[in-house]
Design a binder for this molecule. Structure first.
Ligand SMILES: [Zn+2]
Length: 308
């Protein structure tokens, strides 16, 4: 089946990209070293399960279901969630899945400056490298399901593919984050030709996603579809998708971890200082209250007043 075709377009200027296909067309954007931007899709008959916004308390259960069914997947992680759950990214890789970058704080990238965008991406790269010893070339912008205008989307795509990222969209967006019910999630995640399915393992209550997952897998399996990671579906080697980081990547990952540790220490220190200040205030308050109470008692006694 040749449902989708790879389209190669040359990026002459951003103006020419306004009419380019958006993420809603299920496209994957990749730039060859020559500078041309290719828009690809996964082959028909292939299913790529993707999980955004984790890791969270639901990720371990998602991994269990995938393991039980021998299904590979791709996880687009949020950096600040990753640093909260050390070890989870390594667990995802150990099970043979792929990791992708989904920014550090999950902003809409069409509303932030280039500098902020670069920082969001770099911080999450550092979090992934720091925890797994691997980098990633996969990137998915937040909020692609609500979809910025094509021109804004393509500005993000242009910037990130120039940095060597493969920018991943989706074919099926079941809106699982809105919790429409597990049956609806299965129905909206499935189609006769397969494709990239956008699910969420973090960012809120994902119990319906977890409940729907076996049904999605069973639906595709019953029709003889093949499950693959993004990299495998595109014919990329694992080391191309998750390369060993360069020395500068390792250094920046180390620096980030040091900064995070220092930030944690600082916030703990600040909290301790606050507690200490509160205790001092309480002590002073107690002392004054005691003295004031003592004076009143004394005064009452002096004036001969009586207490009830
Ligand atoms: Zn997201």
């Amino acid at each position: 089946m040749q449902r989708r075709r790879s389209i190669a377009i040359t990026v002459a200027c951003l103006g020419t990209l306004v009419s380019a296909p958006s993420f809603a067309n299920g496209t994957v954007f990749i730039r060859k070293s020559g500078g041309a931007l290719e828009i690809r899709s996964v082959p028909a008959g292939t299913v790529v399960l993707t999980f955004d916004d984790g890791p969270s308390e639901y990720t371990a259960r998602v991994l269990e279901i995938l393991r039980e069914n021998s299904v590979p997947a791709t996880f687009f992680v949020v950096g600040e969630c990753a640093v909260e759950r050390p070890g989870m990214l390594s667990a995802i890789l150990r099970d043979g899945h792929e990791l992708g970058n989904h920014t550090y704080h999950h902003p809409r990238l069409d509303t932030v400056s280039r500098r902020v965008m670069a920082r969001e991406v770099a911080l999450t790269q550092a979090a992934i490298t720091g925890q797994t010893g691997r980098a990633t070339r996969l990137f998915r912008p937040p909020y692609i399901h609500t979809g910025p205008p094509d021109s804004a989307t393509m500005i993000v795509v242009d910037a990130l593919t120039r940095k060597g990222f493969v920018v991943v969209g989706e074919d099926f967006d079941p809106g699982d984050w809105a919790r429409p019910g597990a049956d609806v999630i299965v129905q909206r995640s499935t189609g006769p030709e397969g494709g990239i399915v956008l699910l969420h393992d973090g960012g809120g209550d994902r119990s319906q996603t977890v409940k729907a997952l076996p049904g999605i897998i069973a639906w595709y399996r019953a029709r003889g579809m093949r499950f693959a990671t993004i990299g495998a579906a595109l014919g990329l080697e694992r080391l191309e998708v998750m390369p060993r980081p360069s020395i500068s990547d390792r250094l920046s990952a180390g620096l980030l971890q040091a900064r995070l540790a220092s930030a944690k220490w600082t916030s703990r220190y600040v909290s301790l200082k606050r507690v200490a200040a509160a205790l001092v205030l309480l002590a002073i308050g107690g002392l004054l209250g005691f003295r004031w109470g003592a004076r009143r008692t004394l005064g009452d006694q002096r004036s001969g007043g009586s207490r009830p």
